[in-house]
Write a protein that binds this ligand. Sequence first.
Ligand code: ADP
Ligand code: MG
Length: 698
Amino acid sequence: MKTVSESFGSMVFDDRIMKATLSADVYASLKKTIDEGVALDIRVANAVAGAMKDWAVSKGATHFTHWFQPLTGITAEKHDSFISPSPDGGVIMEFSGKELIKGEPDASSFPSGGLRATFEARGYTAWDPTSYAFIKGKTLCIPTAFCSYGGHALDKKTPLLRSMEALNKQALRILRLFGNTTAKCVRSSVGPEQEYFLISKEMYDARPDLRFTGRTLFGAKPPKGQEMDDHYFGAIKPRVAAFMEDLNEELWKLGIMAKTEHNEVAPAQHELAPIYTTTNVATDHNQLTMEIMQKVAQKHGLVCLLHEKPFAGVNGSGKHNNWSIATDEGQNLLSPGETPYENAQFLLFLCAVIKAVDDYQDLLRISVATAGNDHRLGANEAPPAVISMFLGDELSAVLEAIENDAPYKGAEKTQMKLGVDVLPKFNRDTTDRNRTSPFAFTGNKFEFRMLGSSNSIACANIMLNAAVAESLKSYADRLECAADFETALHEMIKKTIKDHKRIIFNGNGYDDAWIKEATEVRGLLNYRTTADCMPHLLDKKNVDMLTSHKVFSVEELHSRCEIMLENYCKTVNIEANTMVDMAKTQIAPAVEAFSADIAKNAQAKRALDSQIACTYETGLVRKLSDLTDAIAVKVDELQSALISLHDAEDIIAESAMIRDCVLPKMCELRVVCDEAETLTAKSYWPFPTYADILFSVR
Ligand code: ADP
Ligand code: MG
């Protein structure tokens, strides 16, 4: 049995392996590519490919694939074997630099939002050397970006890498102004905390809604839910513990540092947090984590649900995106420093984030928008759909003092002239407790809490990096030509606080009074659904910002808006059709069968004794009959709503109809079906109930 430190990263072509298997000069060139983005020449690529193949073959790999993240939301792979014919009639295992650097998968089945004419089916994948190759099963997986032949991004990684580059460029300008001449690059890092449900496979298989849509579309409230708060951080059940142990082992082999795991608030809900790493690597790792969670669950006779809202009335699942920015020398730019000068720099970076979140509330909302996540945001469990920031009382008081040129009372010394006085040490414990804020400062990083559990974290980080790059750019433009740096700095920080303090809110984000204040007094945005927010991706200010930092082209933005709305419409369409099907072919017949048997009982009783009133039977049969009538009506109405979608002029109109006509009809159908469930004998009910599913894993 291998120890954890022996098996950790054993399936990753990481720095240790590169050092050991590459010649010194090849290693040095590759390092330059990884660390500084210097272009790779083909000789180096050939040498790396050879070493990678030998290593992979020694681990039992027979195939390789470019591994990429198209806009479907999952990862894609196309396996090729290493086998090449040799002159003597046998085979040799081959892998060239060219195959490492570039692949040409058929792109025609991936969503492109009109970017690629259908006759131009080809796309290409390009190696991302900053994310290590790894072995999954018998396949060497090479993390890549995915583009159309016209050069447009068809994936999530390409814009993510571009956004990291934009942030790097602008942050370095600021660091130079503060006299830092040694940092070579600035990168954002992320540690995503992942929530999920584990249920038994038997239950899953018996529910068409779970199988087709990942969530339950029907289900009356169970007698016991999460109200006892007895699951959160509770003892982990043996079957779940075995799953987690296996999962950790698989993740560790891939170099994914799964660190903490615990039960979450809802029954059957759990969380896994990795140790943070560079954003693009964290994104790859999170995609892999979700995939491996599902695979390992299968092995244990379980199913891992990553849907944002698998069960109504029970907490949904999210993902907390812990985000910070740091130099290659290890300085966290969101950490208050030791010296006054470092503190001034920290405050400037802090202000850059405040300005970014306020100016681009809409982009952050858009970055987490899916049909699934719409069920969570604003439902008293996840942060509301309104974006605000939590800074904690201490930091807020510091900012207030700066804004008003007033002394700050919290520290020993009264101080506030930036660059002269020392900031107080912020106690992490005082900043970490607000669980209701969408965007919370937690001492040396921000926790963006609106992401849905199945979201790729790429989208949120693209917007975050780009928006912060934009703030930093505006600061650098101003400071680089300031006559007196310190005065200009002070004024700029003051101005940011004045202009953007409306986004700071330290209170309870779940409170209705806050939503009223946020929207009516502060003028913050409240886009409740994907249909509401997504079209704003194309607002001029957003297009200008994202294109000016070369994160997206105009065409790419149009295509993404289209694809996201298409996803929304398709998802709800599938759900609605599944509901119609289940209501017609499972629920209504079950209720009918039950009520027929009750009616028969009444008849039988009366045959024995005509004086028996049978009030129970008569009342129940009447109620059930009313309910089956109502189900039939609601099914018809939902079907008509679906048919009316054909009249939609475009995808924006269709998504609005989904929001206004289809989703409400789905709710209405659910209400009558759930009521029927509470009146129908369990033995007649056609699929497992909430109580069966939520308490199925021991
Ligand atoms: P908690 O949320 O309970 O306070 P931590 O703050 O320790 O727990 O960690 C939560 C997540 O944040 C982990 O994935 C962790 O690796 C990540 N994290 C910690 N520090 C940073 C940082 N500087 N940048 C990005 N992520 C971080
Ligand atoms: Mg946390």
